[in-house]
Ligand binder design. Structure first.
Ligand SMILES: Cc1ncc(COP(=O)(O)O)c(C=O)c1O
Length: 386
């Protein structure tokens, strides 16, 4: 069969390849410590699981509006007010099948053939695929440790061209766990807005930020396009539910796209997600944020002891981007040998960036403390063996 150029251009995730290798080792009876996937080990909070059980008792679960259940859109808007003190009109909230579908719809809505879109290298790999799939061109800006692996206002101004249509960034970021400082983000948004460009800000890790009071970009750029999800803060990866907040004139466009591309997000997941915004559930999620903070410190201390360098400590997402150049191995070899010899799965930086991808590996600390301790111990043994 001959597949489209679009499909052929999409590259697989190395993270998944490492998961498959890990499964093969497990099938042979080995105990593999999996620190390669960005998936919280907590699962959905209890009240949300209970709500899902109640929902399943309902006789009918028809399609909802393509934009999502009105009650859920209101609850999400209410969360912005309660958590960030920012008034969001529920009409601007679009519930989607995960942040992935939000990124897909937003890219479909905005990117024309030949449009340039600016993003940092390293960044979440799917963003490159979304832009390219709709004919856009990437303006990948190398963002090293000295700038916390994030775009700076200077980068954006210096690289802006007539056919640059917008920026796409995640704060905090995957794979580095680092945030764009609020003043930088405001300056980037101001500049891009002054050029008539759009700002897509992925805040999927925002509510896990280590400071707790991390602010949404909507507080200072109400017309920014904001992506978020139930996957990370609420621990609901497999439920496939997320949302975005978009400007008024974009809502009907998003509605038409969602109607045609997948009709609506999962109805039972949407009803159950109403239970996410109760004080009881939010308490559970805040408790988990504290647990992640504790794990972060354990991992940073362990890596330091093992002699590995973390150029920039994460301040938001549950990832550590580790510099492996001191080992003399490139990221891919480091990950392959670590998995084969010590049965620890990490992800090579090549998944996320082309410029320094060979120098870094990503560790996800959204795993149990036992797994993290064992993983760090084995990493130490591996390093000693080199
Ligand atoms: C930065 C970022 N955006 C979006 C996603 C997609 O998340 P979802 O599960 O909501 O589709 C991920 C998943 O890891 C991510 O790291």
């Amino acid at each position: 069969m001959k597949f489209s150029d679009r499909a052929n251009a999409i590259t697989p995730f190395y993270a998944m390849a490492f998961s498959e290798k890990a499964s093969a080792l497990e099938a042979k009876g080995h105990h593999v410590v999996r620190l390669n996937i960005g998936e919280p080990d907590f699962g959905a909070p209890g009240p949300v699981v209970q709500a899902m059980q109640d929902v399943m008792e309902k006789a009918e679960l028809p399609y909802t509006s393509a934009l999502g259940l009105p009650a859920l859109r209101e609850a999400i808007a209410g969360f912005y007010l309660q958590r960030h003190g920012v008034a969001v009109n529920p009409n601007n909230v679009v519930v989607t099948a995960g942040a992935s579908a939000a990124l897909l719809l937003v890219s479909a809505a905005l990117v024309n053939h030949g449009d340039k879109v600016m993003l940092a290298d390293p960044a979440y790999p799917c963003n490159r695929q979304f832009i390219r799939s709709f004919g856009g061109q990437l303006q990948s800006i190398p963002a090293g440790a000295e700038q916390r692996f994030q775009l700076t206002p200077h980068n954006v101004q210096a690289n802006w061209q007539n056919d640059t249509k917008g920026v796409m960034l995640a704060s905090p970021s995957n794979p580095t766990g680092t945030s764009v400082p609020e003043s930088d983000l405001a300056a980037i948004c101001d500049f891009v807005k002054s050029r008539g460009g759009w700002r897509i800000v992925d805040e999927i890790y925002l509510n896990l930020s280590h400071h707790g009071d991390a602010q949404t970009v909507l507080a200072f750029d109400p017309d920014a396009i904001v992506i978020n999800s139930f996957s990370k803060y609420f621990g609901m990866t497999g439920w496939r539910l997320g949302w975005c907040v978009v400007p008024d004139d974009m809502v009907p466009v998003m509605e038409r796209l969602a109607q045609n591309l997948y009709i609506c997000p999962s109805t039972p997941a949407q009803y159950a997600a109403l239970a996410c915004f109760t004080p009881e559930t939010l308490n559970v999620c805040e408790g988990r944020r504290d647990i992640l903070l504790h794990r972060r410190q354990r991992v940073l201390d362990g890596l330091k002891q093992a002699g590995l360098s973390v150029d920039v400590e994460p301040d938001g997402a549950f990832y550590v981007y580790i510099n492996v150049t001191s080992t003399g191995l490139n990221a891919m070899t480091f990950c392959e040998r670590l998995l084969e010899e010590q049965h620890v799965a990490l992800t090579p930086g090549n998944d996320f960036g082309e410029v320094t991808g060979d120098d870094y590996v990503r560790l996800s600390f959204a795993a149990s403390e036992t797994a993290l301790d064992e993983g760090i111990k084995r990493i130490g043994t591996f390093l000693a063996s080199l």
